[in-house]
Design a protein around this ligand. Structure first.
Ligand SMILES: N=c1c2ncn([C@@H]3O[C@H](COP(=O)(O)OP(=O)(O)OP(=O)(O)O)[C@@H](O)[C@H]3O)c2ncn1[C@@H]1O[C@H](COP(=O)(O)O)[C@@H](O)[C@H]1O
Length: 114
């Protein structure tokens, strides 16, 4: 069973484009512009990092949800959705991250833990 929660979130965000910014947080973000949305993604990423380094699973869950949501809005600002991201992740399935990176930088040039 494919999990369509991310696809539903992207669709809900796309449906809010052009809605009244006084009644829709997504519409307000999109009306404010991509720089502000990107700033929120950065803020939420930092808040997720702080929650994780504090070893707080509950806080990390909430901040990660904020991060994923704001990333979805940032994707929408460029006409993209999680469908595009999930398709890219599917394309990468089965390809080792170490092998992929070594192929980019030449065999054996990447250091362990890099
Ligand atoms: N998933 C979300 C979602 N997650 C977070 N948020 C909002 O994002 C805002 C985050 O702003 P802030 O960081 O200032 O708030 P905060 O995180 O509490 O504060 P900090 O502690 O982070 O500083 C809050 O207003 C949250 O309510 C979201 N707003 C909307 N959605 C989804 O988007 C749909 C459309 O929302 P509207 O456009 O508002 O109708 C909703 O039905 C939901 O599915």
């Amino acid at each position: 069973m494919t999990d369509d929660r991310l696809t539903r979130l992207s669709a809900r965000i796309r449906a809010r484009r052009g809605a009244d910014p006084d009644s829709s947080y997504v519409a307000r973000l999109l009306a404010t512009g991509r720089e502000r949305i990107a700033q929120k993604v950065g803020e939420e990423a930092v808040e997720a990092v702080i929650a994780a380094t504090r070893g707080d699973p509950g806080a990390l869950t909430g901040e990660a949800a904020d991060l994923v949501f704001h990333l979805a809005v940032l994707l929408e600002s460029l006409g993209l959705s999680f469908d595009d991201v999930l398709a890219e992740l599917e394309r990468r399935e089965g390809v080792s991250g170490l092998a992929e990176k070594a192929a980019r930088s030449g065999v054996g040039l990447s250091k362990p833990g890099e």
